[in-house]
Every structure is written in C-alpha cells, then in structure tokens.
Design a protein. Structure first.
Lengths: 242, 242
C-alpha cells in the first residue's frame, strides 16, 4: 500500500469564493479534511471551507490547547504548543500511513505565517506533500481597501505588530510600502510607530477583509485602539507611475 | 443606462487552476475581457486565463508599445508608457460607458506591482470597480519550492531586483525573510548582494513557479547568471517554531 499525500491547502483571506479552483478540487476529493480550531470553537478555516467539504469526508479537528493563562514569553507556552504540534503530527501521520490523503486547511497562504508549517516541517520527510498556495490575508485586505500597494521599485515590508515599538518605527522608516499583521492588542503601539515614522496619514486600517462585517478606514479616523488579532494596517507605496 | 463595472481580476502565479472561484466566475460572465500583451505576442495573462474565457466574450488586447530601444531612465520611455496607459484607459472607458462590464486580467495580484494599477487609478473615480485578489507570483514560487517563508515575528521584505546593489544589500541585512522580484538582467547584482548580506547559502532560485518548465534550485547551485525577468529569489525566515 502506498502512503497518502499531505495537501497544504490555502483558503485565502475569508471569502469562500476566494479559494482557488485547485483548493476546491482537493477539498472535494480528499478523504480526510484536517483543520485547526480553538477548543470549543468551529474554527475559522473550517468555516471558510464549509461549502466545499463533502458530507462523506472524515473531518479531523486539531484543537489548540487552552493557553490564555500562560504568557507567550513563558517557556511553558512554547512547551504546550510543541506538545500539541507533535500530537497533531502523529494524528495526521496515522491517516497518511494508512494510505489516505489528508487536506490540511490553512487560512490565507499555507507557507506565510501559517500553523500548517509546524506540521509540514515534521511530516515533509516522511510523506509526499503538495502545497496549494492561497490568496494571503493581506492581499484580501488591500483589495477590500482598493489600495494599490507597490509601484515600480517600491520596497514592501511585512511586519508583525507583535514586534517592539522601536523596531516597528525603524523598519517603517525604511519601507516604501508596509503591511502590519497581527494587530490586536498591539494597536496603540502600531499607531505610535506610524506617527514616528511619518506614515500615519497614509495608513489604512482593515478588519475582516473580504468577509461579512468588513471594515475599511483611515487609521487616523479610528477613534479607539481596539482591534481583532487578524486586523491589518496598510501603507501603500508611492513609486514610479507613468 | 447604467455604466459597466471594471473588474481587476487576479490570475495567480501561472497555473490556470490557481485562479480563484470568483475570478473564474467573472471571466466566464464578463462581456469584455481585456488584457495586456507585448505587440505580436499572445500575452501571458491571456494564456493563463485561456481555458476560462468563453467564445462569446469580446477580447480587448492592450498591446504595449515597443520600447526596447529606449532606456528605462530616458524620459521618452516614461512618456511612451504614459501615452499607452492613457489610450488604454479610454478604450476601457468606452466599453464601461456603453454599460458593458470589463474584466481586466492581471497576473498574480492586481494591486501588487500590477499593470492593472495604471488603469485603475485613471478609472476608479469614473466607474464602479471591484478588485478580485489573486495568489501572488511570489506565493506560487515559495509553494513550488516548499519554502516555509515566515515564522512568528519574522519580518519579510519584498525587493525589486532593479534596485542598486548597495540598497539590496542593506535591506537584505535587515530582513528575516526576503523575496527578490524582477530578477532578469539583475541576477549578478542580486547574487553579490546576497553574499554581502549573509543570506547567500539560504537563497532559493525559482523560475516559472507553478508553470510548465518550473525550475527550483539553491541559488548557489545556479552556474550561470541568466534568468527571465519574472524569476524570483527567496530567503525564508528562521523565526520561532515550537
């Protein structure tokens, strides 16, 4: 018996019509559909792919351990995640070893800040793998905002909002175009870094890009500092445009 | 009569199955399909979308002026392009004003270094526009290479290879992960910048990612310095991975 194939399936930014034709084909035919979700939650990936998952598929939920009581900087946090990824890996390996293909759903693109990567690096030497790239969350957000991001020789920098304020400020200074991911609790820090780097007036805030409840506004017009983790801030480039 | 709608349709990195479901729907139903191509060539965008374009569609070719004899730095180059974009804008405006929707094909993502943007900024105040994001060429390349690009707090920088060598070196030094676009004639310069910034051993070269004739190799293993314009160099991040 030959082993199954692992598919890393990019789901795009949230609109179910923004899956690729290839992603839909794999989801419609894979005998096992695996996805991450917080314990007790339906899971955003599962929700985006829902209309494409056949009733006959075996659904394999990979439920994140509850870690809200542990700070990210605590080694125990890292250890809890490591154990979770190791266990999830073995659950997928069992399916693959039994000859069943597994489609592991991944919001956005599988290899761009994706949870998929943690299982991928543990499985790629053991089983055949196919990656199906997806529309990134940031591309969904800049299309929702109608922001033309990069022109000519523009340099674009992607920054996690989790970085220290000083780092954000320095990197924003050197960027023509910028995307700040993982906004959430980092909002006030990001706002200040944009002010200090001279990009504040051009910055656009996008929440739930391409999904129900989508919000797009100038960052300067946002009165409060509260934002979901997956909100994104965009600064578009101003490069050569004949 | 109401005006037509302009659709900026992202086609993804080259594999026709990497169009999104939404892009296919728009291409299958828009009365006018517009695309850029070099004079006398079928056009890469047209080729990628070919299987989805109905026979009934009116195809509108926007043929780039031949500018190979003019250096990019010559003002005449800019002027030739400006005149071309202005004329292309009016051809699309005629269709839209007559109430016909126009799907303008765009390789990769429409708002990321896309020719689409030059018509978009000229038309967006005059007609309704919908942007359909696409899988970027770089995501197609890193999925083809199986390179997990960004982890945890990694900063990713996207650099056009057309930049001066010193700029490339400096920006590569400050990046955890990097993508170098527009390789072509800039190959030797890019190779040196990767050496000088300490990223050379990790750099991956990808040509025709997701398409027939795809090539993936370590940059250090590439013997010659010749590459097509759309080849991409990838340096993956090494951030937090539990």
């Amino acid at each position: 018996m030959s082993a199954g194939r692992l598919y890393g399936v990019g789901l795009g930014p949230g609109d179910p019509e923004l899956l690729t034709v290839k992603a839909v084909r794999v989801i419609e035919t894979a005998p096992v559909i695996a996805f991450f979700a917080k314990s007790g939650r339906p899971g955003n990936a599962r929700t985006i792919a829902d209309r494409w998952i056949p009733a006959s598929a075996h659904q394999l939920l990979l439920a994140y351990p509850v870690t809200t009581e542990i700070p990210v900087s605590d080694p125990a946090y890292n250890e809890a995640l490591r154990a979770f990824y190791a266990e999830a890996t073995e659950r997928l390996a069992d399916e693959l070893a039994a000859g069943r293909d597994v489609a592991l759903l991944s919001e956005g693109d599988p290899l761009f800040y994706g949870s998929f990567m943690h299982l991928y690096i543990r499985l790629k030497e053991r089983f055949p793998v196919t990656i199906i790239p997806g529309v990134t969350g940031m591309a969904g957000c800049w299309s929702a905002a109608g922001e033309a991001m990069t022109w000519g020789d523009d340099i674009m920098t992607v920054l996690p909002g989790t970085l220290p304020q000083q780092t954000l400020t320095e990197r924003l200074r050197g960027a023509d175009a910028a995307v700040i991911m993982k906004v959430g609790k980092n909002f006030a820090k990001i706002r200040q870094a944009l002010r200090d780097s001279g990009h504040y007036e051009r910055a656009i805030y996008v929440e739930r890009g391409t999904m129900a409840g989508e919000k797009v506004m100038k960052l300067a017009d946002k009165a409060d500092d509260s934002a979901p983790y997956f909100a994104i801030v965009l600064v578009s480039g101003q490069g050569r445009r004949p």
